[in-house]
Design a protein around this ligand. Sequence first.
Ligand SMILES: C[S@@+](CC[C@H](N)C(=O)[O-])C[C@H]1O[C@@H](n2cnc3c(N)ncnc32)[C@H](O)[C@@H]1O
Length: 352
Amino acid sequence: MPKKTLRAVEALQEAQKIAFAPYVFQASISLRKLGILSYIFEHKNGASIQEIAKGTSVSEYGVGVLLEIAESSDIVFQNKENKYELTKIGYFLAFDKTVGVNINFNNDICYKGLYHLNDSILNGKAEGLKELGNWSTIYEGLSKLTPQQHKAWFNFDHHYSDYVFKDALKLVFKRNPKFIFDVGANTGKFAINCCEYNDEVCVKMLDLPGQLQIALANTNKNGYKDRIESFEIDWLSENPKIPTGADIIWMSQFLDCFSKDEIVKILSTCANSMNENTELFIMETFTDRQKFDNAKFILEATSLYFTTMANGNSKMYKASEFLELIDKAGLVLKEDINQIGENHTILICKKK
Ligand SMILES: C[S@@+](CC[C@H](N)C(=O)[O-])C[C@H]1O[C@@H](n2cnc3c(N)ncnc32)[C@H](O)[C@@H]1O
C-alpha cells in the first residue's frame, strides 16, 4: 500500500483517534444496544436529543455524550434543523451484517482479553483467554462459553464459511467422493451440507471431544446418524493419528488455528493416512489473496484474536506461506482455486 501523505494536524488527529479508539468502540456498542442508531434511522428527517431520549428511554445526558463522540467520529451528523441523522458509516455500523458479526465478536469475545495483547506477544501465549475461562486454548472452552459469548463466537465463525459452502460443495462432489473426513468439523454444518447435497456420501467428523458432542447432536437431529460418524482427536497431543480410507480430507478455516510447525505436523499426519487417490482440500481466507483492503484489514485484526484469545501462536496466513508448509509436509499442490465466494481460496493437494 502506498504511504499516505498527511498534514501534521491530520496525522495528530489520526493518532488521537487511535489513543481514544476504545471509547469510540464502546460508544458504538451502546449506540447499537440502546437502539439509538435504529431510532435515528427510522426518523428520516432526523431526531433531536430530546426525541431520541424519549423514544429510547435513555437519559438526555446519555444520548448527548454518545452522540457527541459519534458526530466527531462521522457516525452521525446534524442537519439544518440541528437534528441527528446517520452518515453512511452510521448506517453500516447499525445494519451491515458483517460489521454486526465483527463488532459483537470483538465485544463479547475479545475486548477484555485484548488488554493482555502485549503479554501475549512477549510470552507466545493467549494471555487474554483467562478473561473467558481457564483453558489452554479457546477451542477447549468453546462448549463452555456463556450463551452470549457462544452466539458471538459461532456467528463469527459461521459467517465466514457458511456462504461459501455452496460453491465448495460443487467442487468437492465433482470428484464423486464416497467418504469425506471433515477435519475441524465444529458444529457439523459442513458434514450436514455434504449429506444434503449427495444421497450416498458418508462423513467422518474429526474434532475435540467437546465439539463432537455438539456436532453429533446436530447431525443426528438432521437424520444422518447412519452416514455421519465422529473421531476424537487433539492435534496438539504428542503423536496424533487419524484413520485411513478418505477420498477427500476437508479442512475449512481450520489450519489458521495452528502455528506453522503445528500445521506441518497436521498435514504430515494427513499425508500418512492418504493413498495416491486421496485429495486434501484446504479452504482458507488468505491475506495475500484479498481484492479489497477492507477484507485484508479484517483478517490482519483477526490474527490478533488468535494471538491474545485463541492460542497465542497462530494467525490468518498468506497463501505463499501455506504453499511452503504443504511442500514440507510431503504434499503437492494440484489445484489452486482463488474464486470461492469473495474471499476464500481452496488449495487441493495430493501425496507426493
Ligand atoms: C475455526 S473452527 C472451523 C470450523 C469449520 N471447519 C468452519 O469452516 O466453520 C476450528 C475448528 O478446529 C477445531 N480445533 C481447534 N483446535 C483443535 C485441536 N487441537 N484438535 C482438534 N480440533 C481442534 C475447533 O474445535 C473448531 O471446531
